[in-house]
Design a protein around this ligand. Structure first.
Ligand SMILES: NC(=O)C1=CN([C@@H]2O[C@H](COP(=O)(O)OP(=O)(O)OC[C@H]3O[C@@H](n4cnc5c(N)ncnc54)[C@H](OP(=O)(O)O)[C@@H]3O)[C@@H](O)[C@H]2O)C=CC1
Ligand SMILES: N[C@@H](CCO)C(=O)O
Length: 410
């Protein structure tokens, strides 16, 4: 390894000593208790790959730092919750707390933001930060597979979290985004302030409609400076097919940084899986071996500023709306009127006929709901939500409206 020093794994801890892990660890000291390993006088660096914001992971990392050991972790849940306190402890002890693997797997986005872009004022950081979700969306789109089948495969391949709801409900992306935002903007981490929607509500009908309209659907994390504060949001997003991010498929992640001097930088690479994670973990260990100690978030933990959250209702952008509209006179006009009352201009309206089922009656009822797709010009979250609330009350639609934000890239 390119660090100029020998690095040896001397001790390991896990729950099940008898499990075959595909590597020979018989030369390593075995610890049933990771906290005891963290305090062992025989180690210089403690590598935490257990996961979870509390419990063994937190206790062991705190114990290692308190004992003056460098720590490398891939644990975004832990850092999103306790990162500032752990960074302060590392600083006080004069040791590193490195976490390259915690965001976007094998992509070196932590070092890029923290070190390479230190001279830039960052305006926006966004990207596909969860390999599991991108893998699911890609396979649903390409092969028409069910959500459940794709998730099971992502679990089998080792991409998903121990509890995959963190992936599919967007929390894993929110944890990663909050870490990137802390480095990019110098804000205290506040993962609870991230607006989060996951991918459970995305249907093949949405994926097909997006395709016809020139978009693809991706779970994006977006953190940006706005006039009223910092926006941090995670949600399924329609991205123009022509944008680089639309072409990022499978377990691949991509992160874009927009900043004053560098303009736009896009990094892409494997976002999850053993090899990608190992690559990032080893780069953190190599930094420590070389003696490169950099503040966890690129500045003293005490210099991180309180997070000034922009209201999500003030978010501006275009929207994709899918409605299931009863096929009866006046329904269309009523919907268009509600949009107009809320100052929303429509870029397109598409009424899609449901494909007839083999067992459908010869003369279907004229009331049967039909999918209607609306694309709006830029409007605010408050305006669109208000319009959809009113449309729901009017009684012309059969299901809750589907709403997906559209993101434009310069
Ligand atoms: N999977 C991925 O692609 C990526 C994962 N990460 C992060 O890496 C971390 C680990 O993820 P992943 O490898 O998928 O998880 P796994 O569940 O596959 O592995 C967790 C490991 O930690 C050990 N472990 C768990 N709890 C304890 C405990 N109380 N005491 C001792 N050992 C324990 C387990 O031991 P045993 O095997 O005996 O059960 C297992 O070896 C998480 O923070 C995750 O978010 C980050 C980037 C990518
Ligand atoms: N579960 C995570 C692992 C990488 O952080 C993902 O799918 O992206």
């Amino acid at each position: 390894m390119r660090s100029g020093r020998m690095i040896a794994v001397t001790a390991v801890a896990a729950r099940d000593r008898s499990r075959d892990r595909g590597v020979d660890v018989s030369d390593c000291a075995w610890f049933d208790d990771p906290v005891a390993l963290a305090r062992s006088p025989e180690i210089d660096v403690f590598v935490e790959l257990m996961g979870g914001a509390e419990g063994a992971a937190r206790e062991a990392v705190e114990a290692a730092l308190a004992a003056g050991k460098h720590v490398v972790t891939a644990n975004k849940a832990l850092l999103a919750r306790h990162g500032a306190a752990l960074a302060a402890l590392a600083e006080a002890q004069g040791v590193s707390l490195n976490f390259e693997a915690a965001a976007a797997g094998g992509i070196p986005i932590i070092k890029t933001l923290r070190e390479s872009l230190a001279g830039n004022r960052v305006a926006r950081v966004y990207g596909i930060l969860n390999g599991t979700c991108n893998y699911i969306l890609t396979r649903m789109e390409r092969e028409g597979l069910s959500f459940e089948t794709c998730l099971a495969e992502a679990q089998r391949l080792g991409y998903a979290e121990a509890d995959p709801t963190f992936d599919i409900d967007g929390f894993d992306t929110a944890h990663k985004l909050s870490l990137l935002a802390a480095i990019a903007f110098g804000n205290r981490i506040d993962a609870d302030a991230v607006y989060v929607e996951g991918i459970r509500s995305i249907t093949t009908a949405d994926i097909e409609a997006a395709d016809e309209l020139g978009y693809r659907i991706k779970l994006l994390g977006v953190a940006s400076r706005t006039d009223t504060g910092f926006e941090q949001r995670v949600h399924p997003t329609m991205v123009p097919k022509s944008s680089p991010i639309a072409r990022v498929d499978g377990v691949t992640n991509a992160v874009a940084v927009e900043a004053d001097f560098v303009g736009r930088l896009v990094l892409s690479g494997p976002g999850a899986g053993g090899d990608a994670t190992a690559s990032a973990v080893m780069s953190d260990i190599a930094d420590i071996a070389r003696g490169d100690i950099v503040g966890t978030f690129g500045r003293p933990a005490s210099a991180l500023e309180p997070y000034r959250q922009a209201a999500m209702r003030a978010h501006e952008g275009g929207y994709y709306i899918r409605l299931s509209v009863y096929d009866r006179p006046g329904a269309f006009a009523s919907i268009a009127q509600r949009m107009a009352e809320n100052g929303i201009s429509l870029e397109s309206i598409v009424q899609r006929r449901r494909a007839p089922r083999a067992d459908a009656p010869e003369h279907p009822t004229p009331m049967a709901p039909q999918p209607v797709i609306l694309i709006t010009y830029d409007t605010t979250e408050a305006q669109i939500k208000d319009a959809l609330d009113r449309i729901s009350v009017d009684g012309h639609i059969a299901e809750r409206p589907q709403m997906i934000r559209i993101e434009q890239f310069a």
